[in-house]
Design a protein around this ligand. Structure first.
Ligand code: 5AD
Ligand code: SF4
Length: 534
């Protein structure tokens, strides 16, 4: 029997049955052990002749004492694995546990027995940041609902308050710190329990526990399955319960997120998580971990269910949505038909990723579920727009003719510093190619002003790019230095704050001028619109 490792694509025979009769992929476990992800997972690519098919799981055995529930307050939490460990895929050959075939229990997969808090398990969510966070909150809510919680809109009556946090810029984190100070005042005799979920949890686990004594649980973006147990622990032991492990394969594929607003006709469907791009300014790869894609079948299944529920628009979500790559249905020995489908002229600092079902395949499948259902996607990277993707967008009437194409800067010099993998010219050629496939396409962008070393000339290049492309929408930011990033370690945040602000204002002014022109050109047109809410 062969099994392809879905971390490094190595084809392995390194399998063995554990004492409990489960099939284990020892090669993969070497990664998993180093990458510190503690979850039970099904093999993504399995050719399994075993008669115990239902048990054919690649089990990663969590070392029980390398616990997922590291307690804060007064204890040493310095051994919580951080991103360096996570990114290091080096094999730890000396790890004694490697050939240990005893399947140890995975603590948080056992059902938590929650002792009843004052109001009967009520939870209040507060979500900050991007759509991915909104969707994450829906996953967290699905998990807690299953565990018997009730979601309430009244913060004052909540047993548990969960903040789904964002770390992308300093301002986003400042808001959460301020919010925590206010929430802390509400705590009476231990309630409500307060939890920090998402990006900030991973980034600032230590600071959150040490500085903000109000926080009872800290759960990273890959630890939502663990929420019931973390809450139980925080209740019973009155200690901060923490799980900030990042995973190489958690996609929550088997969980149907529960939407907060049941009246809306739009739903978000997460198709991949994490980002491998390592743009030099960006903290996302450090807070959300490595790229991993959810299997096509599970996405199509969710979209079918949403269609049956009357949803009219689905937004496919991911940090790097168009580098989607599902290896779950690829058999060993199959040719790599989809080798490296990148946009012309673009490059990546990573080794080419070969094989699997790619974004064009996924768009084909999801747009065929319900021709009346609109499909959108966010957020893509310009490097992953091969012609197949543009063809399918142009050809399917239900895929919206709107593409987010984050430029970040209009200067090739700054783009190189940002490690975006393309020049200004590559980007403009891509815009031209997109428009040749989809003439009426609506384009949007993200732009950063005042990145390290940005000169007046670089800034003018950004403005001229805005003028050339004429975006229908733009998200404009001033640069905010983030710890752990390449820029933090290697560059100087040398553009004075005043200049950053001034450049941001200038770019905004140009954007709004151009937007007015673009919108005026639409006056008198008849467009099909989706009424999202009445
Ligand atoms: N400073 C300012 N903006 C940033 N972004 C990401 N990191 C930073 C940062 N450190 C912006 C990028 C990205 C968007 C989601 O946020 O434009 O595309
Ligand atoms: Fe951040 Fe770049 Fe990844 Fe986008 S593509 S999430 S900007 S590292």
């Amino acid at each position: 029997m062969h099994l392809r490792c879905f971390v490094c694509q190595f084809v392995t025979r390194h399998l063995r049955h554990s004492k409990a009769g489960l099939l284990r992929n020892l090669h993969y476990e070497r990664h998993a052990r180093n990458l510190s992800c503690f979850s039970q997972r099904t093999c993504s690519v399995t050719v399994c002749p075993t008669t115990i098919k239902s048990q054919c799981k690649s089990i990663f055995v969590a070392k029980a004492n390398y616990s997922t529930n590291i307690k804060g307050k007064g204890r040493d939490i310095s051994h919580v694995p951080d991103i360096k460990e996570f990114l290091s895929a080096s094999n730890d050959a000396t790890n004694k546990q490697l050939h240990d075939s005893t399947v140890e229990p995975i603590p948080y997969l056992e059902k938590a027995t929650y002792s009843k808090p004052p109001n009967g398990k009520t939870v209040y969510f507060e979500t900050y940041g991007c759509q991915m966070n909104v969707n994450d909150a829906e996953y967290a809510w699905a998990i807690l609902k299953e565990d018997g919680y009730k979601r309430i809109d009244n913060l004052e009556k909540a047993d548990v308050i969960l903040l789904v946090t964002c770390s992308i810029r300093e301002k986003a984190e400042d808001r959460i710190w301020k919010r925590l100070t206010v929430l802390k005042e509400k705590k009476l005799s231990g309630y409500p329990k307060i939890g920090i979920l998402g990006c900030m949890a991973e980034r600032l686990k230590k600071e959150i526990v040490e500085k903000e004594k109000a926080v009872d649980i800290v759960a990273g973006p890959d630890a939502y399955r663990d929420l019931p147990r973390l809450l139980e622990q925080a209740t019973n032991e009155s200690q901060t319960a923490i799980n900030v492990m990042l995973s190489v394969d958690e996609t929550y594929a088997d969980i149907m997120p529960v939407r907060f607003d049941e009246k809306t006709k739009t739903a978000f469907v997460s198709i991949m998580r994490g980002c491998d791009n390592m743009c030099s300014y960006c903290i996302v790869p450090f807070t959300r971990g490595r790229e991993r894609s959810r299997p096509v079948e599970s996405i199509v299944d969710e979209i079918r269910k949403l269609s049956n529920m009357g949803i009219k628009q689905v937004n496919l979500l991911g940090q790097n949505v168009n580098s989607y790559r599902d290896m779950s249905s690829v058999e060993v020995g199959m040719p790599n038909l989809n080798a490296e489908p990148m946009s012309q002229g673009f490059k990546t600092i990573y080794k080419p990723k070969l094989g699997g079902l790619r974004f064009a395949d996924l768009l084909d499948r999801v747009s065929s579920v319900d021709p009346e259902m609109r499909i959108r996607f966010i957020s893509p990277h310009p490097k992953d727009f091969p012609d197949e993707v543009l063809e399918i967008i142009s050809e399917r009437t239900n895929i919206c003719k709107q593409i987010h194409l984050p430029a970040q800067s209009g200067s090739s010099r700054i783009l190189e510093q940002m490690r975006r993998g393309h020049t200004r010219e590559d980007y403009l050629n891509l815009v031209e190619r997109i428009r040749s496939y989809i003439p009426d396409v609506s384009l949007s962008t993200d732009m950063i002003t005042g990145f390290c070393g940005e000169t007046e000339e670089d800034h003018e290049d950004s403005i001229s790019l805005m003028r050339l492309v004429k975006y229908n929408y733009a998200f404009l930011f001033k640069y905010s230095m983030r710890k752990k990033t390449h820029a933090y370690h290697k560059m100087n945040d040398d553009v004075p704050e005043k200049v950053k602000v001034q450049r941001l204002q200038e770019i905004m002014k140009v954007y709004y001028e151009l937007l007015e022109q673009t919108q005026r050109s639409l006056v008198g047109e008849v467009q099909l619109a989706l009424v999202e809410k009445v």
